[in-house]
Design a protein around this ligand. Structure first.
Ligand code: BG6
Length: 520
């Protein structure tokens, strides 16, 4: 891609340089929460500095704490300043004062109990004021940055107060729903039904923040904007695919949440399946949001529920990560000393389509692994014959295409060359592209594109109801079986390693996992 061909958010939808979104108000439920502070506000600030926020914009924060607008603004200012000292996802040396002040000026705090109808009546009045005073056009984006048990109730109260009513072509009302969207197939289906009872599908924006990552969006560009990958992107040429999302962090202060969740629920039907569908989907007929999402949905629908012998769970014990001793999961705050909850999961999946039949997809994700590392590794089949028999070439190496998602973002290709010298000796080498070598880093916490797209009414990077349900359906048998039978061997991997030995056995027939952190 030349620098002049712009890809403007929207799941790699080609287009001109993005322009500011149209007038709107944004209401954050959970304005005092961690998500708002760490991600939503910094993302809005980045949109402001990038001149992508609407010129006519109002931001309303709603939460239970008794704060004034001034106090809320001050807290957020303190938080932004803390980022200049190296805290949080938002890494920056300094804050653009003009942009920050301009964002602050648009902020209003409203104290309110999410369970109380009066909160929503007051909110309706406030939004009407904003429409008059700030020219928001009556468009409102509601962001549910609240615990998942509030998703249904808050959405219902929004609707009951008439706040979800749209007027065709005149004003829109949209609701962003955070993760987790349900905790199994039945609850996701029930939540969808509940929301779809009061909102239409095109008003619901189910977030999966992995889709906000630049490199995840660029998978489609790599696959479909180049002529050379698609012809070999199939069962004739690909032996298997490995997707790894490894973290070094433990459960931090989220022990209570994690005890109810575990690695499978927390990461797989959402984030890891996004990586999988981007890798496996057929080309969409256009970049229309529904065309893209339908092709992803096709993939999820083609994956049979995972049989138990294709799933491995693990839980970390104590160990050393990056030179530091860390406790095992069972000693984390708010975690039971006999917890059966998994902090690692590996799965082997099939994708029953013409393109992928017989190509295993191996997925693994875990906490407290040796390195923070997310990649999609495509392992190509060996050359059909070795012309090198009878030489001292012991074994033909493998061809890998690695899509590196984080921490470094890039793509690399591994193939064989002849080592210089008289003997014919093959050696694998790597050809590597790194984003940072080609594009100046942009401040980005990962929510910018998602918020902007939602303001623009582009749902390409959001989950549709059927996709969420299909994701849960695939993992449901494993959730059920693991619940019914507690593990007897936990903890079964040391912090700082690459997970339990059983995960290695799962993939042994395909040659083993790539080493976590193996430079692409
Ligand atoms: C969240 C999970 O959705 O994603 C966390 O709840 C996990 O447990 C996080 O750590 C990983 O996201 P990222 O962007 O840090 O890779």
């Amino acid at each position: 891609m030349s620098n002049s061909e712009t890809i403007a958010g929207a799941g790699a939808r080609p287009g001109p340089d993005p322009t500011p979104a149209g007038p709107c108000a944004m209401v954050i439920f959970g304005a005092g929460g961690d998500l708002t502070k760490r991600l939503v506000i910094p993302a809005l600030y980045n949109l402001m500095t990038g001149k992508l926020l609407p010129e006519r914009f109002a931001l309303v924060g709603v939460d239970i704490a008794d704060l004034s607008t001034e106090q809320w603004r001050q807290r957020l200012t303190d938080m932004m300043l803390s980022f200049t000292h190296g805290g949080g996802e938002f890494q920056t040396d300094s804050i653009d004062q003009a942009a920050w002040k301009s964002l602050l000026a648009r902020m209003t705090y409203m104290r309110g109990d999410f369970g109380d109808d009066a909160t929503f009546a007051r909110l309706a009045d406030l939004l009407a004021d904003k429409e008059r005073a700030d020219g928001t056009g009556g468009n409102v984006l509601f962001y549910l940055a609240v615990a998942d048990r509030f998703f249904g109730p808050v959405a219902e109260k929004i609707a009951a107060a008439g706040l979800a009513d749209q007027q065709d072509g005149k004003r829109w009302r949209r609701v962003i729903v955070e993760k987790p969207f349900g905790h199994d197939y039945a609850s996701a289906k029930a939540l969808n039904a509940r929301l779809l009872n009061i909102l239409s599908e095109d008003q619901i924006y189910r977030i999966d923040h992995f889709l906000g990552k630049e490199t995840v969006q660029s998978i489609l560009a790599v696959r479909f904007a180049n002529g050379m990958f698609e012809p070999i992107w199939n069962r004739d040429h690909i032996d298997h695919v490995q997707i790894t999302a490894a973290e070094t962090i433990g459960v931090e202060r989220r022990g209570r949440f994690y005890e109810q969740t575990g690695a499978l629920r927390d990461m797989v039907p959402n984030h890891v399946f996004q990586l999988l569908t981007m890798t496996a989907m057929e080309p969409p007929s256009s970049f229309d949001p529904d065309a893209v999402r339908s092709r992803k949905s096709d993939i999820l629908n083609a994956i049979p529920p995972v049989p138990l012998d294709c799933a491995v769970r693990g839980q970390y014990g104590s160990g050393t990560i990056l030179g530091e001793r860390v406790d095992g999961y069972r000693r984390e705050p708010d975690v039971s000393a006999t917890s059966p909850v998994e902090t690692f999961v590996a799965l082997k999946l099939e994708v029953d389509t013409w393109r992928w039949a017989g190509v295993p997809f191996f997925l693994r994700t875990g906490k407290r692994l040796g390195k923070r590392w997310t990649e999609i590794a495509i392992h190509f089949r060996h050359a059909p014959l070795s012309l090198f028999k009878g030489t001292d070439v012991a074994a033909m190496g493998s061809n890998w295409l690695i899509l590196q998602i984080q921490p470094d973002e890039g793509i690399s290709l591994q193939f064989q060359v002849k080592r210089p010298g008289q003997a014919v000796a093959l050696t694998p080498i790597k050809m590597k592209f790194e984003y940072k070598d080609w594009f100046p880093p942009r401040p980005n916490v990962g929510y910018e594109t998602l918020l902007y797209d939602c303001m623009m009414g582009d749902a390409s990077l959001f989950q549709r109801a059927d996709m969420v349900e299909a994701g849960w359906r695939i993992v449901q048998p494993v959730l059920d079986a693991w619940k019914a039978q507690e593990p007897s061997d936990f903890p079964n991997y040391d912090a700082g390693t690459s997970g339990p030995a059983a995960a290695d056995r799962l993939i042994a027939g395909s040659g083993g996992w790539r080493r976590i952190g193996e430079q692409a």
